[in-house]
Ligand binder design. Structure first.
Ligand code: ADP
Length: 244
């Protein structure tokens, strides 16, 4: 049997309006993502990648079409229901890390769950375990300015995984990092994808990072121009089908 889909995008379009000007940045986008895979969204600057990621994560509303995440039409939900879904099912990693400067590494990782009123000790333990996993056990009391870019992104990853999200959206997660540091973050992303079964959806202009994903969706001027599943993934799927 084929993996079930965790995210479906149907006839999605997005037009931004400013004054009497309109800019259509996504045009009739359709795809669906299987649970547990890694998928890269690639394309030139301005092709609509970040806009698409934001719509998929419920950060913005489409002009038309639907986004269905885990059987819920998130494009039709009101903000209060959406924020619950974001807290429980979605993780987000940003190019610019977006840590809170006045909080330590540990406190930053705890933010998404602390806000939901779970026991402090329980969350603290989870956060320390995750910081350990990303190699920052000895940096828990450091503030973001006391951490390198790579370390800040590790904190960002730990924060995104604190509530074991079903889907992790990452927007250019290695875009601000040098080659080696970026590779370490990539390795961690794929390790967490494997260990936790979290579906990864990564916007990147880095072809090498994209080539490590199971699937690559390529955008140009707001349309999908290619959608490729890696031969390994296809083989595994066929083998799994045959084994049923
Ligand atoms: P990419 O991530 O591929 O570089 P984006 O999704 O960031 O592309 O942007 C696609 C286009 O949409 C760009 O021309 C950008 O200027 C425009 N755009 C993005 N967000 C907004 C917005 N909030 N208002 C108006 N135009 C926007």
């Amino acid at each position: 049997m084929l993996n079930s889909s965790i995210l479906s995008v149907n006839n999605l379009s997005k037009t931004f309006k400013s004054g009497n000007k309109e800019l259509t940045v996504l045009k009739d986008i359709n795809f669906s993502i299987e649970k547990g895979i890694s998928c890269a969204i690639v394309g030139p600057s301005g092709s609509g990648k970040t806009t698409l990621l934001g719509l998929c994560a419920g950060l913005d509303k489409p002009t038309s079409g639907d986004v269905i995440l885990n059987d819920q039409k998130i494009s039709a939900l009101k903000e209060s229901d959406l924020s619950a879904i974001r807290n429980e099912q979605i993780g987000f990693v940003f190019q610019s890390f977006q840590l809170i400067p006045t909080l330590t590494a540990l406190e930053n990782v705890m933010v998404p769950i602390e806000l939901r009123g779970v026991s402090y000790r329980e969350v603290e333990k989870k956060a320390i375990d995750l910081l350990d996993k990303v190699g920052l056990r000895d940096r828990v009391t450091h503030y973001p300015t006391q951490l390198s870019g790579g370390e800040q992104q590790r904190v960002g990853l730990a924060r995104a995984f604190i509530h074991k999200p079903e889907v992790l959206f990452a927007d250019e997660p290695t875009g601000n990092l040098d080659g080696d540091t970026g590779s370490q973050i990539e390795d961690l992303l794929f390790e967490l994808n494997k260990d936790e079964g979290t579906t990864l959806i990564i916007v990147t202009h880095d072809r090498e990072l994209a080539s490590k994903c199971n699937r690559i969706i390529e955008l140009k001027s707001g349309s999908i121009i290619s959608d490729t599943t890696s031969p390994v993934e296809q083989t595994e799927t066929i083998q799994a089908d045959l084994a049923q």
